[in-house]
Design a protein around this ligand. Structure first.
Ligand SMILES: Cc1cc2nc3c(=O)[nH]c(=O)nc-3n(C[C@H](O)[C@H](O)[C@H](O)COP(=O)(O)O)c2cc1C
Length: 215
């Protein structure tokens, strides 16, 4: 029987890894990580999603160009929000974003870039029509990404769930050739981390959970 402590150790240290070396990921390890993603649950067990593990350098380079454009917009958006803030705050935010800029520029050097695509027609959306963004459909999709990241962590590898590339879905579809009625919901660069996993920065449990009623 595996020990629960091991699982908690991985859960509490699986953070976004954006600094990834170009050291190759061996094929058996990659297969195990991809298998972990496939173990994720989905509504009705329909598994309305697929992964494309991109290893081809030219394809990764194209993804890098597209993702860099979207990341640059995200940086602008964040930096504008910080106008007028103390210099230390601005500098700290800029340094954090710069790690993302390097990730975007260096995607071609990262051993594997996993694209997650989904079939929207297979999602049973129970929170539509409420005048807000429906989120339940995503519950059949994102557990696979988290399984992949946790398995990568357990293998000593790391990656980051990214979604910015979804706004370039049509371009990525053309590049990869996934079906016209399918969508792109995540991109995970994967490899050996440069630096450490964890610890996580999260709100305390008391803030995040209530028992029996809201108040
Ligand atoms: C839905 C979602 C979308 C995200 N999109 C991106 C992204 O496009 N690019 C990126 O660098 N990080 C992205 N992240 C990573 C988050 O910024 C990161 O998980 C968060 O800041 C917490 O940091 P940690 O994972 O290191 O603990 C995303 C995370 C989630 C859950």
């Amino acid at each position: 029987m595996p020990h629960a402590d091991d699982l908690y150790a991985f859960l509490s240290t699986t953070r976004s890894i954006r600094r990834i070396s170009d050291k190759p990921v061996d094929n058996d390890t990659l297969q195990r990580i991809l298998q972990a993603a496939v173990w994720a649950p989905s509504g009705g067990n329909r598994q309305p999603w697929r992964m494309i593990a991109v290893r081809d350098r030219d394809t990764k380079q194209r993804l890098s160009e597209m993702y860099s454009t979207e990341w640059a917009k995200y940086v602008d958006f964040n930096m504008k929000k910080l106008e007028g803030m103390p210099k230390e705050v601005v500098d700290q935010a800029a340094a954090g974003l710069a790690v993302g800029t390097r990730l975007a520029a260096g995607l071609a050097d990262i051993p594997v870039v996993v694209l997650f695509v989904h079939d929207p027609s297979a999602l049973y959306v129970t929170d539509g029509g409420f005048g807000r963004t429906p989120v339940v459909g995503g519950a059949s999709l994102y557990p696979a990404v988290q399984n992949l990241l946790l398995a990568a962590r357990a293998e000593g590898l790391g990656g980051v769930l990214t979604t910015l590339l979804s706004s370039r879905e049509a371009d990525v579809r053309e590049l990869i050739g996934f079906p016209a009625d399918w969508g792109l919901y995540a991109m995970v660069p994967l490899g050996h981390p440069v630096g450490n996993h964890g610890p996580l920065r999260r709100a305390p449990l008391e803030e995040m959970v209530k028992f029996d009623r809201w108040s």
